[in-house]
Design a protein around this ligand. Structure first.
Ligand code: C5P
Length: 285
């Protein structure tokens, strides 16, 4: 086998508590990840030149060693002293630098694909070690699960066994957020509250979506809005559509609402699309 075509999904954070700041500069989190059916396509083809090459149709995606698929290939190539190279072709659908972890998902998908193409037979544990080296959001995508709790940097993953699927309206304002800047603007005095992640996961298992909607939490919201005050207007606009709870994903600016069903998500999409691009009706995947 010389070539593989894989789908690389996006995520939402339904709950994100910033617990504290660590000596290494990162923040400990308690977060709930949900995989959604918004995908990039990633095609991997081995080459005999030995080079790692990245081709992407989106102008904001780096095609050099800054791209996480490039880094994934470089790590494996060095560790296993591989002579072959690989060409990646990325078809981008997941908005870039939006809080949806598109780049992280591409990196995880590259690790999974290369382990097969290069016949490395990496265990989940080995894949996770590489994933952690690529970034905090990468390990979630190495797990084959729709739902998970993330702790540590968000990189310690405990899958949640849950068959529920939700529909969402997802809107990504055309503003770039820088994750580092958002975390730097967190006021840790404001993130200390008792509603812990276990309460959220319990409600995820048994409550109706109006209850879950009321429990959505993202401690990055205050710094996100502090950095880009206009985002409050967009969030108010989303809330006026009467989704069951609206929240940002990750460090934004992507924001989503829970909806009762597909029809409601598509109805809201129709309204938002009159004014904005980057509006999606998405489902748990
Ligand atoms: O791990 P990743 O490279 O995606 O993180 C980007 C930046 O976001 C980090 O350099 C750090 O400043 C911030 N971050 C953090 N705490 C986390 C995850 C990210 O402070 N748990």
């Amino acid at each position: 086998m010389r070539s593989l075509s894989l789908r690389s999904p996006a995520k939402l954070n339904l709950f994100l508590q910033v617990v504290n700041k660590r000596p290494d500069g990162y923040h400990n989190l308690e977060t709930v990840f949900e995989r959604i059916d918004l995908f990039d396509d990633l095609k991997l083809t081995l080459n005999s030149s030995g080079d790692i090459r990245v081709f992407c149709d989106h102008p904001d995606v780096p095609t050099d060693s800054r791209n996480l698929v490039f880094k994934a290939a470089q790590l494996l190539k060095d560790d296993f002293a591989l002579a072959e190279g690989v060409d990646f072709v990325i078809k981008k659908r997941i908005p870039v630098a939006a809080g949806l972890a598109g780049g992280s998902s591409n990196g995880a998908t590259a690790l999974l694909g290369l382990s097969r193409l290069w016949k490395l037979d990496l265990t989940r544990r080995e894949l996770l070690a590489y994933a952690r080296a690529l970034g905090s959001d990468v390990p979630f995508f190495v797990h084959d699960c729709s739902w998970a709790v993330g702790t540590g940097r968000g990189d310690r993953i405990k899958p949640i066994r849950l068959n529920r699927k939700f529909w969402h309206i997802l809107f990504v304002p055309s503003i770039k957020m820088y994750t580092k800047e958002v975390f730097e603007a967190v006021n840790l005095e404001l993130t200390k509250t008792n509603d812990d992640v276990n309460i959220f996961t319990r409600s995820l298992k048994k409550s109706d979506i109006s209850v879950i909607g009321g429990l959505l939490r993202n401690d990055l919201e205050i710094p996100i809005i502090k950095l880009v005050p206009d985002l409050r207007k967009f969030k108010d606009y989303m809330m006026a559509l009467k989704a069951q709870g609206v929240s940002f994903s990750g460090s934004g600016p992507a924001m989503f609402g829970l909806t009762e069903n597909r029809e409601r998500a598509e109805e809201m999409m129709g309204v938002l699309q009159k004014q904005f691009s980057q509006v999606f009706a998405v489902r748990t995947f």
